[in-house]
Design a protein around this ligand. Structure first.
Ligand SMILES: [Zn+2]
Length: 93
């Protein structure tokens, strides 16, 4: 996926009223996460492949707090059925 395609996905997601990944509140805000190699492997991604994960966050979370994004990553792991790393943040290369 090239940069223009990623921007198009983000714009499409922002135009969609979707539930916040952390609390379920309706939101138009979204974040993008590209898992590092180890996180990707834990999420079942084939070797040599990568993906961008777009998720929604509402205004009820502190976007300057790294704990917010760690919680979002845990939620993504839960939704995608991956085994979350025991040391959050250590898996991302
Ligand atoms: Zn929320």
């Amino acid at each position: 996926m090239n940069t223009e395609e990623i921007i198009a996905v983000i714009e499409r997601e922002r135009a969609t009223l979707a539930p916040c990944i952390l609390c379920g509140a309706p939101t138009r805000g979204c974040g993008v996460w590209q898992p590092g190699p180890l996180d990707a492997e834990l999420l079942g991604q084939p070797p040599g492949k990568y993906r961008w994960i777009v998720y929604h966050l509402c205004d009820g979370h502190d976007l300057k707090d790294t704990a917010t994004f760690a919680a979002a990553e845990r939620a993504i792991f839960a939704k995608l059925g991956g085994a979350y790393p025991t040391a959050p943040g250590k898996a991302t290369a």
